[in-house]
Design a binder for this molecule. Structure first.
Ligand code: NOJ
Length: 575
């Protein structure tokens, strides 16, 4: 088998979410110079590419995913010169940098939208999606259809100036751009892409990359949740009729002119549909994020309707992600955390009883899977979800806040509200995006060494125990384990990054065993055994061969060839 070795396939990518990464100027908000000060740390960790979440000018209604100027920097984060220094700082160290490309919507403070909303005949009116109100039987004004926003309530906002509604699938201040308008698309390409490619950015993580083409009927969405009026619109907004035409155009007109990578955020897809975005021959994007693993146990239309999961569900999810590209010319990703997800050691490991051990197991899983690997800030030290004892007021994310408000409006007068509320708070404590957004714990100094003043969001109480500095000084820490397994991934890169994946013990609800393989006798195979339970279990290889242990998270004094201790992870190379 010939492997198509490519830089963006082999890279380990580290996501920086700027507001909570590192504050350099003592204003309590992370910033670009703060990020620059950590580049050597990231290099030592084994990082090849940085993905910087939105650093653009923004009113921050959705923490920068509401951009008011693609060509400028949020002053809290720094200046255009700081950004250039970050780009150059990465390149100097042999690393690359990708940015977030948020082009399904802008902020309502973007100059384009200000013009668009100003009158019905403004030349940019058609750059956004405007519709007339609908009126109910009593003559009350209503939104044009029943689509729900990802952040609760209607997906439409009424604008008095012209007596019309604009579509905004996310926050009020995030109007959706009208990709049907060619002039608008060209402006996006010039302003949001070309501008940054010319400054040396090496690619983009493309936000909501499946949403640009809406079904032009704007019909009501089918009813998914009987207990609410507004309904998820995915059938009419995801993977719409012109979506691939738009991606092809963006690739042809812009991306293909540079040696860059693209990774799309595309949820809600069948395998065939997903492959269209990333098949190499189709020239759209290089890879997309599949949500199978991070959505395990969730209702994908509403993650706060949490259902719970078994290990076999998780195995299904990992298998779906791994098999996705089998027999195709496409490429895929490996990730388990990002700024929209809870912390993996809490959600999938056991942060309370086996913090380091389960964190190391998840590191082993991630670094042995096929695809481009993404790590989220703080994942390498096992940052955890926020404490359950914190009040809802500590949660800052619009998604959580709106959900909680809508819930309170609906059930606030019920006799059993307290009970209902406690249940919701349990789920928020497990699933909210806020868990990924608390400041990075750099040391045991006040505010976790993130800032010298009180940060914009409270630092997790456990910063004195879980922080970068102490883990750098401990040879057995999770951080050091990450360094080690990231190196191992590169040492056996054909096998781990490009190899195929097969589960050996699907029915087992405690242990997850798989082999990585290349159809080539020259290459060894890898055998990975993960005990994802709090129990000790017997261990006997499920296939024959000469096993060489190359990674294990058990202490040397507890290691016993014949048993897997709770959350023990082993990687063998079969010789
Ligand atoms: C997906 C981003 O990851 C998320 O943080 C954001 O709220 C939405 N897209 C809207 O841009």
């Amino acid at each position: 088998m010939t492997i198509d070795h490519t830089w963006w396939k082999e890279a380990t990518i580290y996501q920086i979410w700027p507001a909570s990464y590192k504050d350099s100027n003592g204003d309590g908000i992370g910033d670009i110079p703060g990020a620059i000060s950590t580049l050597d740390y990231l290099k030592d960790l084994g990082i090849d590419i940085i993905w910087l979440s939105p650093m653009y000018k923004s009113p921050m209604e959705d923490m920068g995913y509401d951009i008011s100027d693609y060509q400028d920097i949020n002053p809290d984060f720094g200046t255009l010169q700081d950004m250039q220094d970050l780009i150059d700082g990465c390149h100097k160290r042999g690393m690359k940098i990708i940015c977030d490309l948020v082009i399904n919507h802008t902020s309502d403070q973007h100059a384009w939208f200000k013009e668009s909303r100003s009158s019905l005949d403004n030349p940019k009116r058609d750059w956004y999606i405007w519709k007339k109100p609908r009126y109910d039987a009593d003559g009350n004004r209503q939104p044009p259809n029943n689509w729900s926003s990802y952040f609760s309530g209607s997906a439409w906002t009424y604008d008095e100036t012209t007596d019309e509604y604009y579509l905004r699938l996310f926050a009020n201040g995030q109007p959706d751009l009208n990709w049907e308008n060619e002039e608008c698309r060209q402006a996006i390409y010039d302003s949001a892409l070309k501008f940054w490619f010319e400054r040396g950015v090496d690619g983009f993580r493309i936000d909501t990359a499946g949403l640009y083409s809406k079904d032009q009927s704007f019909a009501d969405a089918p009813i998914v949740f009987k207990d609410q009026y507004y309904q998820p619109s995915s059938k009419l907004t995801h993977n719409g009729p012109r979506i691939h035409e738009f991606h092809k155009e963006m690739f042809k007109k812009v991306t293909s002119n540079y040696d860059v990578m693209t990774v799309g955020e595309v949820g809600r897809c069948t395998r065939d549909e997903a492959l269209k975005y990333v098949s190499a021959a189709r020239n759209e994007m290089n890879m997309i994020f599949l949500f199978d693993a991070i959505e395990v146990g969730c209702n994908p239309d509403d993650k706060f309707r949490y259902q719970g999961w078994k290990l076999t569900d998780f195995k299904d999810a990992i298998r779906n992600q791994s098999d996705f590209i089998k027999g195709t010319d496409a490429w895929s990703t490996v990730f388990i955390e990002n700024h929209d997800q809870p912390r993996c050691v809490t959600r999938l490991g056991n942060a309370k009883k086996f913090h380091d051990k389960s964190g190391k197991l998840l590191a082993t899983l991630q670094t042995t899977l096929t695809g481009t690997l993404f790590i989220y800030q703080g994942q390498e030290i096992g940052m955890t979800n926020l404490p359950r004892s914190w009040s809802i007021d500590e949660y800052k994310d619009i998604n959580t806040i709106n959900y909680y408000k809508a819930f309170k409006e609906k059930f606030g007068n019920d006799k059993d509200f307290e009970e209902k509320e406690a249940k919701l708070l349990d789920v928020i404590n497990l699933m909210a995006r806020d868990h990924a957004r608390s400041p990075v714990q750099w040391s045991d100094a006040k505010y976790g060494g993130f800032s010298t003043v009180e940060p914009w969001m409270r630092v997790n109480d456990n910063y004195d125990k879980i922080n970068v500095e102490s883990q750098l000084n401990d040879p057995d820490s999770l951080l050091k384990f990450y360094q080690k397994v990231l190196k191992l991934r590169k040492e056996y890169k054909d096998l781990f990054i490009y190899g195929s994946f097969e589960i050996l013990d699907y029915e087992n609800e405690k242990v997850f065993t798989y082999v990585k393989e290349l159809p080539d006798a020259k290459h060894p195979n890898a055998y990975v055994a993960l005990n994802m339970s709090d129990d000790q279990v017997d261990f006997k290889p499920l296939i024959e061969g000469k096993f060489k242990l190359v990674a294990c998270n058990a202490d040397s004094d507890e290691f016993d060839e014949k048993v897997l201790t709770p959350w023990e992870a082993r990687v063998y190379i079969l010789e």
